[in-house]
Design a protein around this ligand. Structure first.
Ligand code: ADP
Length: 213
């Protein structure tokens, strides 16, 4: 079971890259931002608590996020058996399907405390983080992308003031997580300033080399 964390500032493209990697390796994609937006859209009590916080660009409390994360990372053990409902024609065409043997986590951890929470949860599940991929994008390019995204996004936290605050939150609370993983030797950095496909190739090469995939 391979566990990869994708790390980056708002606008670095971690959601896009995490999605591409999950498809490529057939891993589970876990995005705390997406899970929170889903709770908001469904109007659950948790979503109602999170909405105002997200709309301000603040970080949602770990009491809320850790529960969502714990549910998502333990999901694998409850997936149906890989042999269930197999269509023989499909198998002939595409080969035997396989269950995800790993996960790509995006948007968590965002604080050192969350990094410790993740470690604790993984230890309980007898799992560990194999690699933390930090997507590096220069600040002026981040700002450019964010302006571009704000113009077309329908996310309620994608307006310029809120985005600025999300970057401040990143600098203050999330940046220190990089040092946390640097010390443990898990951190690898990738230049994310170019096109999506280019960054993706860099990350895939790096993961393949590092994890022997
Ligand atoms: P981005 O990285 O572009 O800010 P995300 O989708 O990862 O986008 O996160 C959107 C918002 O969801 C954050 O600004 C924050 O309010 C909330 N959020 C997501 N993940 C976490 C987390 N791990 N801890 C606290 N808040 C989170």
């Amino acid at each position: 079971m391979i566990n990869i964390v994708i790390f980056g500032a708002p606008g670095a493209g971690k959601g896009t890259q995490a999605q591409l990697l999950a498809e490529k390796y057939d891993f589970l994609h876990i995005s705390t931002g997406e899970m929170l937006r889903q709770e908001v859209a469904l109007g659950t009590p948790l979503g109602q608590r999170a909405k105002a916080i997200m709309d301000r660009g603040d970080l949602v409390g770990d009491d809320i996020v850790a529960g969502l994360l714990a549910r998502a990372i333990s999901l694998r053990s409850t997936l149906p058996s890989p042999d269930a409902d197999l269509d023989p024609i499909d198998i002939e065409r595409k080969g035997m399907p396989h269950r995800p043997e790993g996960c790509i986590i995006d948007g968590y951890p965002r604080t050192v405390q969350q990094a410790q929470t993740l470690e604790f949860l993984f230890r309980k599940l007898d799992r560990k983080i194999d690699c933390v991929v930090a997507i590096d994008v220069p600040r002026d390019e981040l700002v450019r992308r964010i302006h571009e995204r704000a113009a077309i996004s329908n996310r309620s936290d994608d307006n310029e003031d809120v985005i600025r605050h999300r970057i401040e939150e990143y600098d203050l609370k999330t940046q220190p997580v990089l040092d946390y993983y640097r010390v443990s030797g898990l951190l690898v950095s990738v230049d994310g300033s170019g096109e999506i496909a280019e960054t993706n190739t860099r990350i895939v090469n790096l993961i393949n080399r590092r994890l022997g995939l």
